[in-house]
Design a protein. Structure first.
Length: 344
């Protein structure tokens, strides 16, 4: 939900809530940007926790679910995004936009970039599974070195900027996936015994650090230290609050339902947002709501909810009737061995 809200509030906020009619677009954008230190680290932390058993399985059992079933949808839906998003981003140059999207897709810089890097992190976890502490230490060192490496690559004329930025994303987020993998049992134990007040305290510290970081003109080292502090306090808040929230049967059931459809939600919602951005501003509904309090307060969460609901509906249709290759790598059907020569 945080990812979807970000793409609606920060990615499409001004298109849906233009500056000349409302200040809500800036507010939604600011809130989503403020959550940046915790949003994707939380995603990768949970992904690493969910990979623990798969990392120990033989390649024959994980190649499809952990590699192919992520890379295939990534490439397919990046193509679908390019074929539809030009109406939003480059209505006068669709061909040029689609060509640019090829480079964006190959460097993991598009809207689905986090799906593309999951197989990379999974392979890294498998390679280091025999020395988990060393693996975590290496990931921490890579995290610290991510910023100087980025500057080095950006300063090299032979390295395209997209490659530098894509590499930065891999190096700066690998730590959280590896931490989820290595520290899974400890994180669960922390969650089980954490008091909800610890979550409140973590959230308060997160907000404070984010505000300080936003207001300070800090140097590189201090800024990165504050970023790490924001991430750690935000993750602590999430770990402490989640078990308390899921004491509610309704919230737990909703979590299970959405949790079993996360890939479909990630893949479908950007297309829904594109359609909304193209249609809504000049529509009768957009004209009626422009500048109203209802639009300021409700437009972003309502669109995020609609995008998730449509993604869940699409997933249900595909799951029941197909085509299944929309969300998983195509499978080669084995030839039937029945018939006159096959033994019946």
């Amino acid at each position: 939900m945080l990812v979807v809200l970000y793409h609606v509030g920060a990615g499409a906020g001004y298109a849906l809530l233009p500056k000349d009619s409302s200040s809500a677009g800036a507010w939604w954008s600011s809130v989503n940007l403020a959550l940046a230190p915790v949003r994707m680290p939380l995603f990768f932390l949970v992904s690493g926790m969910l990979a623990v058993r798969a990392v120990q399985r033989p390649w024959s059992r994980v190649l499809r679910p952990r590699i192919l079933d992520l890379l295939w949808p990534y490439l397919l839906w990046s193509t679908l995004f390019a074929l539809t998003a030009w109406t939003r981003y480059a209505p006068d140059d669709p061909v040029g936009y689609m060509k640019d999207q090829v480079a964006v897709t190959l460097t993991a810089m598009g809207p689905y970039w986090f799906i593309a890097v999951l197989p990379v992190f999974f392979v890294a976890a498998r390679l280091g599974r025999g020395r988990p502490r060393l693996l975590l230490a290496v990931a921490a060192a890579v995290y610290v070195g991510a910023w100087p490496l980025r500057q080095l690559m950006l300063g090299a004329e032979m390295i395209p900027q997209l490659v530098a930025e894509g590499t930065f994303r891999v190096t700066v987020y690998a730590l959280w996936f590896i931490a989820g993998y290595v520290l899974r049992d400890r994180l669960i134990a922390l969650a089980e015994r954490a008091h909800p007040l610890l979550g409140v305290l973590g959230a308060a510290c997160f907000v404070l650090v984010v505000l300080v970081r936003d207001e300070m003109d800090a140097g590189a080292v201090l800024d990165r230290s504050l970023l790490a502090a924001a991430t750690l306090t935000g993750l602590l808040a999430a770990i402490a609050v989640a078990p308390w929230l899921t004491r509610s049967a309704a919230i737990a059931r909703c979590g299970r339902e959405l949790g079993s459809r996360t890939l479909a939600i990630y893949l479908v919602h950007p297309l829904v947002i594109n359609l909304a951005v193209v249609w809504y501003p000049d529509s009768p509904l957009g004209a009626a709501l422009r500048g109203t309090a209802a639009a300021d307060v409700l437009l972003v969460p309502v669109l995020a909810t609609v995008a998730v609901a449509l993604a869940v509906a699409v997933h249900g249709i595909v799951e029941r009737w197909g085509p299944h290759w929309l969300f998983a790598a195509p499978q080669v059907r084995e030839k039937s061995n029945t018939g006159p020569l096959g033994g019946g």
